[in-house]
Design a protein around this ligand. Structure first.
Ligand SMILES: Nc1ncnc2c1ncn2[C@@H]1O[C@H](COP(=O)(O)OP(=O)(O)OP(=O)(O)O)[C@@H](O)[C@H]1O
Length: 384
């Protein structure tokens, strides 16, 4: 677990540096640390005692409890991680639950764990997502959220749309220390470098991979980057992966949770919203479900003016519409290149190569309309 050790050391060094500079506003003392790791390749029954040992190592108050006081269940074997729920009967007879997230192997190629942990600390302090309780060799422990995970169909219900828009606005206002450079093109070019030099052992996969023209992809990336630069999209701390599975809702408390900040970074506001709209396509990637202009405007009103949504001007709505639908294209390129890397590196049995073509073809399908929308908006506002 060399890579995870590095995350650890880097986190500690970074924290020490910030404290030294006097710009750390977050009290790190409540986040517990353990050097233990849990091998994700273990069969579940063998993994359970390791997870219990890890919890005992992190939370001293549980150290003396009998193993029978712990129950471990799988919450999700997500595309990237293994997420477990650990319920503990404490000495006073009360039950407490936490989640234990084990990072999937090779995820460091597409996820910057140091960046993720840094963001979680500040986002959870600002009331977003689950509370970060502990960090260990290859994962982290967070509070368990009692809420229902949204489905793609829930995500477009007007009442939830306004809540998501409001929360996303608040999320975009959180300040995370460190560089404020937008990461979109840095990440896309990093993905491109890796994705364009892969070799597959499987001959069918290699043959399919060789049909990709990276020269063409590079040209598309460059062209889109130039166009988006003219839109002056504000740079905010963005979630970057706001799909239905990353939204949880507690109906009784009327509380919406944005979770999973693995891809969070400073980025263009338009990218975060456009990427979210692409997720209306759901698990079957049915892009005919992309939100209509009216549906988008409903979102924009609550994003731009949560208190007075019906006072947003037509001009502001139109500008955000153009911004979002240009960056929506970047989301296709981003996840297309991401999928190529996953196709080679991920141990998960999923047709990532097929996913590349799906996203890249959707990019090409939408390109002409979105480019012409952006260009006429830019020339109309005198920027071209
Ligand atoms: N703290 C939590 N409390 C309760 N449930 C959670 C919590 N975190 C995540 N979940 C549930 O587990 C699911 C997967 O979580 P998450 O998206 O963080 O995992 P992931 O491994 O990154 O998945 P993927 O790679 O597919 O996005 C969520 O959709 C949600 O239903």
């Amino acid at each position: 677990m060399g890579a995870t050790k590095n995350i650890w050391t880097a986190m500690e060094a970074n924290h020490a540096k910030q404290s030294h500079n006097g710009n750390s506003t977050f009290d790190d003392h409540s986040i517990l640390h353990s050097n233990l790791s849990v091998d994700t390749a273990l069969p579940f029954p063998l993994m359970v005692p390791r997870v219990i040992a890890l919890c005992k190592d992190l939370f001293r108050k549980w150290a003396k409890l009998n193993d029978s006081c712990f129950s471990v269940d799988t919450v999700s074997g997500g595309i990237t991680n293994l997420l477990l729920k650990v319920s503990v009967k404490e000495e006073n007879g009360e039950y407490v639950s936490v989640t234990v997230r084990l990072y999937g192997p090779n995820t460091e190629y597409v996820i910057n764990r140091e960046r993720e942990l840094q963001a979680i600390k500040y986002l959870s302090a600002a009331g977003f997502g689950a509370k970060l309780l502990g960090v260990f060799g290859n994962g982290m422990v967070q509070s368990f959220i009692n809420a229902r995970t949204l489905t793609p169909a829930d995500m477009r219900k007007p009442k939830l749309v306004s809540e998501i828009a409001k929360q996303l606005r608040r999320f975009h206002q959180v300040e995370i220390p460190g560089s404020k450079e937008p990461q979109l093109w840095v990440d896309i070019f990093k993905f491109f470098e890796k994705a364009s030099t892969l070799q597959f052992e499987d001959t069918d996969k290699q043959r399919t991979y060789e049909t990709i023209s990276f020269k063409e992809v590079h040209k598309e990336v460059t062209e889109l980057k130039e166009l988006t630069t003219l839109l002056n999209s504000p740079v905010v701390f963005a979630h970057n992966d706001l799909l239905s599975g990353n939204l949880m809702h507690n109906e009784e408390q009327e509380k919406l949770y944005l979770i999973d900040f693995e891809y969070g970074s400073y980025n263009y506001r338009g990218f975060d919203i456009g990427n979210h709209f692409n997720e209306y396509a759901g698990y079957d990637c049915d892009y005919s479900l992309y939100p209509s202009k009216d549906e988008q405007y409903h979102f924009f009103r609550h994003y731009l003016e949560p208190e007075k949504p019906y006072e947003v001007s037509e001009k502001d709505l139109e500008a955000l519409y153009v911004e979002t639908n240009t960056f929506m294209l970047a989301s296709h390129l981003y996840w297309a290149l991401w999928a190529l890397i996953q196709a080679r590196m991920s141990p998960i049995d999923f047709d990532y190569l097929g996913y590349y073509f799906l996203r890249y073809n959707e990019y090409k399908k939408q390109k002409r309309m979105c480019f012409s929308l952006a260009k006429s908006h830019i020339s109309g506002s005198g920027k071209a």
